[in-house]
Every structure is written in C-alpha cells, then in structure tokens.
Unconditional design. Structure first.
Length: 344
C-alpha cells in the first residue's frame, strides 16, 4: 500500500459478507469496481464476518465461507500485493469503535434503516440487538480506516449516509477526528435484480434456484438460468425504465459487454427474446468461467489464503489501532503509558 511519489492516493475500504458464494450482483455491482480502483487508490478489502453473525450462522459454514470469500476476491482480480485483504474479526478495533459510535447514535435512526426493517419483518426471524446495531458496525469499519471512498452497490447507500451523519455528529462534538467518506456507487448495475422477480434484488439467499447466478455455476447452469429469466409481456428488447425483467437483462448485458444499453438495444433490434438470452448467456459464461476456474484452484490451497489474510491483517491493524487511539483520546478515555504510569 502507499506509493513513493509523495502524492496521497485516495483510500478505499469495502467488503462483502462471507455468507455464501459470490453472485453476479456482487460481481457487477461491487467487486468489478473494486478491481479497477486498485489502479489509483490504496485499497482495503475485508470480509465482514462480524456482520454475518447478525443472523444465525453455522460456525463451520461461516469459517468455510470466509475462506471462500478470500478465494473469490483473488479470483475476481483483487491483488494481495497491492491491496490489503483481511477478516473483520481478525483486526482489533472494529468493535471498539462501533461501541463509541453507537453511544453517539440516536436509536430512532437505527430503527428506521430499511435493511433492519426488512430483516426484522421476516416471519419467525430472530431479531438480535446486533441486527439493529449492524449499521453502526459498518460505520466503524469505514471510519476506522479513514476511508475516502466506499465502493458499494445501491442497497448500501443508506448505510453510507448514516456513516456520514455519524462522522459529522462525532466531529461536531469532539473536533475533526473522523474522515468523511464518499460513497462510490457503480453507474450501471449498481442494482442487479433477480432473474425470476425483477422487483427484488439478486441475492445469495433467494429461495428460487433460478433467480441468482453464482460465481460457481457451471456453464450449463448459467445458460439455464438466463434462458428461464422472466422478461415482459412485450416483444421488443427495449429498456423502458419500468423495472421489467427485460430492463434488468439489458443492464446485465450492457455491464458484461461494456456497451451502453442503447447499443445493446440496437444490436438486438430484431432479435427474439430467446436469441437475446442466448447471447447474454454466452457473454456471462465468457466472463465468469475463467473466474470460476481460478476460484476452484485457489480453494485447493487454504494455506495460501490464510497467508494472504495474515499479510492483510498486518497492513490493516496499524491503521485501525491509530484511529482507536485517536478516538479514545477524543472521548476522554484514560491512557496508560507502557510502564503503567497514568498520563493525564
Ligand atoms: P453484501 O455482502 O450484502 O454485498 C457486498 C456488495 O455487493 C453489492 N450487492 C449488489 N450490487 C448490485 N446488485 C445486487 N443485487 C447486489 N447485491 C449485493 C452490495 O451493495 C455490496 O457493495 N453491509 C455490507 C458489508 C459491509 C460493508 C462494510 C461494505 C460491512 N461493512 C463497510 C462497505 C463498507 C453488505 O452486507 O454487503
């Protein structure tokens, strides 16, 4: 991290919950942007396992998924020589800062968060205090590293607004100790929708097996899912801005091909839905198959993945420790010198 010409590069911090295999929404809405940001920024990419346990997790599965998350980051093009890759629970300071920030957070603001309301409304859901506190921990993740940019998909926008609110409130009380982060939401495909129900976002936990394209899907599975994707009741391949299945497929096509939606529409002016979907499947396979191959190869060598995490922790910990020290001083926590002598 860092570079020798003395000019400060923006710092980027972001992460993906290690709760299941990465999907096309994560890739197009987030990871692809992260990979590109490595060129001009100092990047920290982490796996928020402490966020994952805000809903019940099988411990062995969480461990497996965390390591798989590292493999996915690497397979998609995150370079451990340039960027820090680490696990949230392995770096001291996330929970400490979250506590202090939480003491500055109005509880009503947390109760109004959309993701909290959605998750809490699920029938039979266990609603732990961690679910309410989730956005405060996320704010701590970001503020702990003085992040300038936070690349995320559209669904995380509200969490970033809260982070900015908290930083502003904290700085107004204690002086300018926290860095104000900027959201960095990818232009197109910041919200990839389910292939089966374009009214909901593509997600890891969708009960419909055809709704989500995973990084680990075979070529045949990818093709099957795109062929079965819902479109609309019209015949034309046009983006009407109506949130239809066709609009979603056009946006996915555009993001995968690196072409504006208008160009994709033109190219498929006379195509049938079937031909369009087949070409989209070809495109997705061309992008995802090499990533899948790398992912499976990386998974065969867990020691290498652990080494990557160890190096990442070494990069992240000094930054986190320095911020916690600064915040603790700002709020008035007593500091003890090395010899145990009290510094007032
Ligand atoms: P998570 O794990 O749900 O998602 C990881 C990233 O993928 C994006 N994403 C999508 N983008 C487009 N279309 C979709 N269907 C789609 N689904 C997911 C998300 O917007 C995200 O960028 N709370 C975060 C994790 C987190 C975090 C942080 C992120 C914890 N602390 C600090 C940034 C900074 C989350 O649950 O993302």
């Amino acid at each position: 991290m860092g570079q020798g010409n003395g000019k400060k590069r923006p710092r980027v911090l972001t992460g993906m919950q290690p709760t299941a295999v990465v999907h096309l929404g994560n890739f197009l809405g987030a990871i692809r942007t992260w990979v590109a940001l490595q060129e001009d920024c100092d990047c920290l990419f982490f796996l928020p396992d402490m966020h994952a346990i805000t809903v019940p997790q099988d411990p062995n599965e969480l461990r497996t998924n965390t390591l798989a998350g590292v493999a996915a980051y690497l397979a998609c093009g995150i370079d451990p020589d340039r960027s820090a890759i680490f696990v949230q629970s392995q770096v001291w300071g996330h929970a400490e800062l979250a506590w202090t920030l939480g003491c500055h957070t109005p509880i009503g603001q947390l109760e109004r968060m959309t993701q909290f309301k959605d998750k809490a409304a699920r029938p039979g859901a266990f609603i732990g205090a961690g679910l309410l506190y989730y956005p405060v921990l996320m704010a701590a993740d970001i503020l702990l590293y003085d992040a300038d940019r936070v690349p995320v998909g559209d669904d995380q926008r509200q969490h970033l607004e809260l982070t900015r609110d908290l930083a502003e409130r904290f700085n107004a009380i204690h002086g300018p100790v926290l860095t104000m982060p900027e959201p960095y939401v990818a232009g197109n495909c910041s919200r990839v929708m389910s292939l089966q129900n374009p009214a909901v976002k593509m997600s890891k936990s969708d009960g419909n097996g055809l709704a989500t394209v995973f990084l680990t899907d075979s070529d045949e599975q990818i093709r099957k899912k795109f062929r079965a994707a819902v479109t609309d009741s019209k015949k034309e391949i046009r983006h009407r801005g109506d949130g239809s299945g066709v609009a979603n497929l056009l946006e996915i096509f555009s993001a995968l091909a690196g072409l504006p939606v208008a160009d994709v529409e033109k190219r498929h002016e006379t195509s049938s839905y079937g031909a369009f979907k087949d070409e989209l499947a070809d495109l997705a396979i061309a992008v995802l198959a090499p990533i899948r191959k790398k992912f499976f190869e990386l998974q065969k060598n867990p020691d290498h993945l652990l080494q990557v995490l160890e190096r990442g922790r070494e990069m992240a910990q000094p930054i986190a420790s320095a911020t916690v020290g600064r915040i603790n001083r700002a709020v008035g926590f007593l500091e003890l010198s090395k010899g145990g002598e009290t510094k007032l």
